[in-house]
Design a protein around this ligand. Sequence first.
Ligand code: C2E
Ligand code: MG
Ligand code: MG
Length: 678
Amino acid sequence: MFKLSRYFSIASLVAIIVVVTALSMYYRDRTTDTMMAHQTRSNAALAQAFVNSVWSKYAAFVTSASDIPAAELHGRSEITALRSDILAQMQDLDVVKVKIYNLDGLTVFSTDATQIGADKSDNTGFQQARGGEIASSITFRNEFYAFERVIVDRNLVTSYIPVRTADGTVEAVFELYSDVTDLLEELNRTQVQVIIVVSIVLGLLYAFLYLIVKRADSIISTREEERRENEEQVRYQAYHDPLTGLPNRVSFNERLNETLARAKRSKALAGLLYFDLDRFKNVNDSLGHDAGDQLLRVAAKRIHGVARESDMVFRMGGDEFTVILENLTHAEDAARVAQRLTDVIAEPVQLLTHTTTVTASIGIAVFPTDATDADGLVKAADAAMYRAKQAGRNVYATYTADLNLHAVERFTLEAELQQALKNDEFVLYYQPKVSLPDGHIIGMEALLRWKNPRLGLLAPNKFLSILEDTRLIVPVGEWVIRTACQQNKLWQDSGLIHTRISVNVSASQFRDRSLVNTVRDSLKETGLAPQFLELELTEGLLIDDAHGAIAVMNDLKELGIFISIDDFGSGYSSLNYLSRFPVDILKIDRTFINNLMTDHKDAEITHAIASLAHALKLGLIAEGVETEDQLEFLRSHGCDEAQGFLFSQPVPADEFGRMLTAEETTLSTSKVNVTASR
Ligand code: C2E
Ligand code: MG
Ligand code: MG
């Protein structure tokens, strides 16, 4: 992450080093220059003082020294005199050596006697002084011979100073060495002090600015953090479903593509489970949206619980979920996961105050067996799910090549259904309802069959959903009502028992405005008395729009017909609608009867429904009775009417007519009146 303070610190450090170095170099230059100028002036003044006091004694000797042979020079008395004069004048000063040259560059005198006679004409300092200018330089010497002693590690300023005659011409050159070691040390000390002070000031300045920068840094990083969090949140929202917290359709598409790309590379299998909660809408409608939401959360949690670490679970929207299974070893493993999923979903769930069960239909497709791209795989899984639903819910189905056939089949059926009514391919089968005390027929249910020219006789589970989806159910339902009325009237007119016929009405049919008119017209046209007609409605149909339903039911009741609730107990409705709807009869759902002898709870429920019907003074009938045991149970629990294979399968009209004739015979002998009692 970007840290302002880090860059600031580095830059400050560099700046401080540069400033301090430059300052010390500048300071050193300046002080050395000043020191040199000062020392040069001081050397010049010393030389001048010497010239003023004793030079006149030696001027002639020096200027003419070139004429004296070198060997002699050392022994000359002037040298000795000069030496003592110089020592007398300069010994207690900083001067450590004095040399005198004549204009030829000959060293006429030196406090270091060994140098006397040496030629210095090439020396630039000498040449400059001979030209009339003072020349100074600084040097460091490890060891130096000064007057009577040797000195070590010294800094020396050497000045070549011209000696002039009264008229100003240069007649000799003095060279003075002064020891500036102490002075330089002093200068160094002050330089160090200056550097320390400057460093401290800069350091303090740095510390102060650092605090400000640090603060700025923390503000920047908080902002950055906030921005990142926001970004993450937006990203999370874009990729997740807020209700269940599962990744959503957008992430599904991405992940599926990634997974398939990986599977393609590694030549592995990948599975896709597509599933849908059965009758979720029912829960939503009857228990409310909060319960619906809760159900979705529970489902999501259960699915997640079953999934392996590497599986990815998504909510696609509504009650649809998907699971991507990566690295499948066998295609059958997908089915195993699907089986576990259907099992956990089907466990009872506590929604608000209700405990209920919901099931899931799962479609399975495997890559690359069923499809070779993401789009195809989704379609395959979806088609498989559709088949699972068709197969009766709470099941999983795999995608197989014949699924396409299945889709084609549905398509064909749909086309055929469009013509079925016109071609007179529908028939009604009739199933008797009997009274339990004596086994007499007390009514019948008309059940739709389709004589498909290709496939033969088909039961409603093969085509009812298509009728509903295409809304063909309205004209077909109208045909059913009319035919049922007509048939009943026919039986009555042929002298058979007068009994009630019941007709099933599906939701879309019930919601169609034409229903009441259809019933009224059918009764009128056929001449059937209204008390011989009963409509079987399902719970869900009443709950979707309770208000509208009550209005329609009241209209129907006004016609004088009977209304029953089919498959009672299978829906999720509250019981309070029972008192509000004008209902006459409850038809206990077949699944309870089915499990009556094996499931203690179903027996309890059946018993409770019977009590409820008695309390509300409603008629009661059990459907799907197949065994004597069931019959016995119902009888002993106050259920007086039943319907089921135990008595008869649904049969065609002529066969049912014969049943009625036989019944008529029994009835006339037993003299029991079983005409419609309500
Ligand atoms: P439903 O109204 O609950 O009808 C009872 C179904 O249970 C019938 O199936 C009947 O054949 C079957 N059944 C009767 N007794 C027994 C038994 O003892 N054991 C077993 N296992 N089954 C028994 P079907 O005729 O296949 O009808 C299925 C459903 O189709 C009906 O359920 C009803 O909801 C619907 N349906 C039938 N005819 C029509 C119709 O004309 N219009 C509409 N809208 N729906 C219809
Ligand atoms: Mg029915
Ligand atoms: Mg039923």
